[in-house]
Design a protein around this ligand. Sequence first.
Ligand SMILES: Cc1cc2nc3c(=O)[nH]c(=O)nc-3n(C[C@H](O)[C@H](O)[C@H](O)COP(=O)(O)OP(=O)(O)OC[C@H]3O[C@@H](n4cnc5c(N)ncnc54)[C@H](O)[C@@H]3O)c2cc1C
Length: 316
Amino acid sequence: MDWLGSGVLERRLTPQGQPQKTWSQPTDDSIWHGHLSLASPGQLAAAGLTEDDPPSLWQHQGAWIKPAALVKALLKHEAIELQTRAEVETLHRNTCTGEWCLRIKNHIAMSNMGRSHTHSTETAPHVVLALGAHTPDFLNQVLDADAMGLHPIAGMVSWGLMPAATTPALPSFAVNGHGSFVSGVPTTEGAAWYTGATFERNATTTAVTASGHAHNHQRLGQLLPLAQQRLAAQWSDASQLKGWTGARCASINRMPKVGLFDETQFPGLHLLSAMGARGLTLSLLCAEVLACHMDGGPAPLSEKLMQTMRCQPTLT
Ligand SMILES: Cc1cc2nc3c(=O)[nH]c(=O)nc-3n(C[C@H](O)[C@H](O)[C@H](O)COP(=O)(O)OP(=O)(O)OC[C@H]3O[C@@H](n4cnc5c(N)ncnc54)[C@H](O)[C@@H]3O)c2cc1C
């Protein structure tokens, strides 16, 4: 229901949809050995491709996963207490106790009565700001701090319910490399396909737009011409085409930002953000990096990589 370790076909296309430089099978001593291989004729055929197309890769351990299911599973930890609908409005450090004091607006939705809210406070010696695309505004407006060049990138995914039996079938595995495509995903409305996403820099817009669908449609045509063909009827019928939008947080060097925010001005205040469009895989690793740092344990990454992930104000 929530994930499928089906392997992933990676098409090697440039942002313009052109073939990238050729790639050869990894040798036994390569770090890619066992993770990646050239896609077999059978895998290509299942995606409607042939050996005459630019070479594609097969990621053996690739999978699709529903983010909400992953998050829900991770939250099942005895040390985690979840407070939803709780918006941190302000925070300040109590200089006597050294603790951070968070003012929280608790949103309440009452059926037939609109919305209301209460306020509460929480205190803690350490706070981790993990606010996704809201991070730059929070740093600027609540902490009056430099946003380190972090910026939002709005995105839209197009999706629809699987059409009645198509021949040949849509690929049973996920495909990426120039946008992505996944089909046969169980939802409460029936099995669905998804493709996308758009990238709109410095935007947090959440409207589903015809231009977003058009962009995703055009890229699907380059990624998987056969799938685009199979879904043509759905794409021309607005009532069958659905959209999902969200905003990512990105940094200037495209690396996540993890660690103490500014030890001198904000001791005990940490950041975990800017995972771009890779939060599914990066979030666990970044959480481990942060936990090791807070515990004083050895970092799970090289110093060189850690440097690229440091929270540093932009030079003015
Ligand atoms: C269209 C699209 C497609 C994507 N596709 C992929 C993909 O294929 N693979 C992948 O790995 N990633 C993908 N991503 C990226 C992925 O969603 C992000 O990397 C990930 O969600 C980042 O996690 P986060 O916890 O940093 O931020 P978020 O998931 O954005 O969570 C931040 C949370 O903080 C809350 N918050 C903000 N301000 C406050 C406040 N003041 N008080 C309390 N709470 C607050 C927000 O409500 C939100 O719940 C995609 C994103 C988009 C938009």
